[in-house]
Design a protein around this ligand. Structure first.
Ligand code: XIL
Length: 310
């Protein structure tokens, strides 16, 4: 049978994964990465705390390794992420002056887009700006720059690398709810202002058996505006004591079906390769087994479910 990546390619979609630059130290990693995926997202290496831990001090070590691997294999890179409240160093969070913050934002965006703009297809310019009820999240960005901060960031990113597709990315917007409706209103306003917004990222960190069943409608709400919607961080976690293979397989297959059925979905990115290195068990205690490859880097039932739906 053809692999999900070749089946995705035949449908004009990429099949991606996030990974960290040190994963290749495990010899089982690269063979799976290189044979099974054609899009990479740096899992942490482009985050602010990694790239610019101190003001004016830049570190490109991890990101360079991932871009070099992509150059070698020809994989597409989705950049992740420029303006986010999390993994943001204290020196940024402690800024109190709006014009200082804008200039810091511009310097950072210019640096990342200047270095990698020619090697990235997309980037998540803004990550997770809203609360669950659809209001703006408290962050140094919102507190000093107000609702304009996504537009400011998009403008800086576009000016620095006009060919890169610019996204806003968030979680729990994979169904019609207060948060996704608020995002749709923001998207509409940004587009009416002529902001260089190309698309939305649906993170899709799902709980097996509780994945939304109206993801297609939520996606359509954005794609009807002319935006793309990528599935950017898919994983499906289940209780560690109940591996719930069928449930997880069904949720994976549904997520892929939504992307296949919408011509404005460019592809799906899984948030990691092997359960061994997934972020899930460390953050959602008692759950795991959220990815397509097990601790031995062997494909799981969900992998075959994805293959079947593609
Ligand atoms: C996670 C990484 O997977 C972890 O390694 C890190 O410790 C924390 O961040 N939403 C996002 C991603 O946009 O950047 C997060 O990645 C997962 C949730």
């Amino acid at each position: 049978n053809d692999s999900p990546v070749s089946l995705s390619k035949a449908r004009n979609k990429y099949f991606g994964t996030a990974y960290q630059s040190f994963y290749p130290a495990d010899g089982r990693f690269l063979p799976v990465l290189e044979s099974q995926f054609n899009q990479y997202t740096p899992e942490n290496e482009l985050k602010w705390e990694v790239v610019q831990p101190q003001r004016g001090v830049f570190n490109w070590t991890g990101a360079d390794l991932i871009f070099a691997e992509a150059k070698k294999t020809g994989a597409i890179v989705r950049g992740h992420t420029l303006v986010w409240h999390s993994q943001l160093p204290m020196w940024v969070q402690n800024i109190t002056d709006a014009s200082d913050l804008k200039s810091v934002m511009k310097t950072h965006i210019d640096a990342v887009m200047g270095r990698y703009g020619s090697q990235m297809a997309h980037i998540d310019v803004v990550n997770e700006p809203l609360n669950e009820n659809g209001t703006w999240r408290n962050s140094v960005w919102y507190n000093l720059l107000g609702e304009e901060f996504p537009r400011i960031a998009l403008d800086y990113a576009h000016a620095a690398a006009p060919q890169v597709k610019l996204y806003i990315n968030d979680y729990n917007i994979e169904s019609i709810n207060n948060k996704s409706l608020a995002h749709a209103a923001i998207a509409k306003k940004l587009l009416s202002q002529g902001a260089p917004l190309t698309g939305y990222g649906f993170q899709a960190h799902f709980i097996g058996g509780s994945a939304p069943n109206d993801t297609a409608q939520a996606m359509k709400m954005f794609t009807d505006m002319g935006l793309e919607v990528a599935i950017t961080e898919l994983d499906v976690r289940v209780p560690v004591n109940n591996r719930a293979r069928l449930i997880r397989s069904r949720d994976y297959a549904n997520a892929f079906k939504v992307c296949i059925d919408n011509p404005k979905c460019p592809g799906v990115t899984i948030w990691g390769v092997s359960d061994e290195t997934s972020w899930v068990p460390g953050v959602f205690a008692g759950t795991g087994s959220a990815l397509l490859f097990d601790f031995d880097y062997k494909p799981k039932q969900a992998y075959y479910a994805v293959q079947n739906v593609l």
